[in-house]
Design a protein around this ligand. Sequence first.
Ligand code: ACO
Length: 426
Amino acid sequence: MTDTAKLILEGKTYDLPIVVGTENEKAIDITRLRQDTGFVTMDSGLANTGSCKSGVTFIDGEKGILRFRGYPIEELAAKSTFVETAYLVVYGELPKATQLKKFSNLLNASSLIHEDMTHFFFGFPRDAHPMGILSTMVASLSTFYPAPEDLTEDMENQLVANLISQVRTISAMSYKKSIGEPVVYPSIKLKYVENFLNMMFSSPVKDYVQDPDIVHAVETFLILHADHEQNCSTSTVRMVGSSLANIYSVVSSGVCALWGRRHGGANQEVITMLEHIRDSGAKPAEFVERAKNRAERLMGFGHRVYKAYDPRAKILKEICHKLLAKPGMTDPCFDIAMELEAIAMKDPYFLERNLYPNVDFYSGLILKAAAIPYDMFTVLFAIGRTPGWLAQWREMTHSEDFRLARPRQIYTGPNERHYLDMKDRK
Ligand code: ACO
């Protein structure tokens, strides 16, 4: 195959290099386009733009494939832990036993936040959304744990550990504050997910009894969310990180982007939708019709990249089946979700547009079963995605072609005009 593409513009021919990835993904490199031709490209929503080269995650949206560092998500979900997957995503290889132990110890040692920061929680209104609190607190970490401009490897490892560990602590603390209970500190005796659940649900007057099925379900949820290549929040992380802003501000910007309901906020919206259908007595088929008529959006359906069943949704649906079959854990919302899926998957509207369940369709049901409050759903997503943000930030800042991200535009505003005094304005 030729390694250049020919572009004919205003009668002149330009050769543009073709870049091919390890999975044979192809791109036309337009780095010199404006310089050579005076033209820029337009790509609304950046759906056709490769903004970087990355070795972290591979997605084939047409075939429903997702791999972290080459490892299929199905294998990681079945065999790995969140901490091990975080190591893999950030550092590129599965850790050996000693490396995992060291990483785990570092996470444990980094899990407290400066005690003075616990006072910040008192300043937020009781009903503040925890994503707002999380982004603020993560940005505030920079004032307590300043990162020097020139990072040594050890310092970088420490920052990675601080964020993976402290995002979890802050999340649990923000929940405790929102319900007016004293914060629970992380414990060296507990593993990552157990620690989080304990910080969320134990109190001085009540121990939290861990259910291994819940721990497994939350662990899997976090593994599946660890990275997803250049999605909205990760692109935000790369954009902000390209200015060489400190890593806490960078991750905080990722949290803000994730919050939106077309991105990470969708998992909360799915449960709201399912409960609305349950409580209103509406038939799932009627709801699907309303979605087709644009009166509603079928939340948890559709994806910018997956034009097949989201492989993460498949795994989570399976977990839902097992978890919600346990005595006392059945949930009519799961039945509604499966009915919605069955109807949509036979309907030409969804089939023609390749709209399949995405990760958020079943993830909320799992978090609901784990008693995670709805407005904490996206926070759990942020905990899971933190290793991915850090991996992408590391990869970008270490890459040879690292540059400030600064897209162009096509200006469509008024042409030059002159300032009018107030009396002359119509
Ligand atoms: N329900 C009904 N119709 C939909 C849905 C949906 N959930 N999603 C897309 N469509 C329709 C659109 O109306 C459009 O129809 P048209 O061609 O007749 O105008 C067509 O499908 C294409 O949709 P776009 O919005 O152009 O697709 P895009 O790739 O921009 O959006 C997105 C993807 C934002 C995820 C969208 O499918 C959506 O809003 N889904 C619901 C929200 C959601 O679940 N978000 C989570 C995504 S996964 C994640 O971020 C972790």
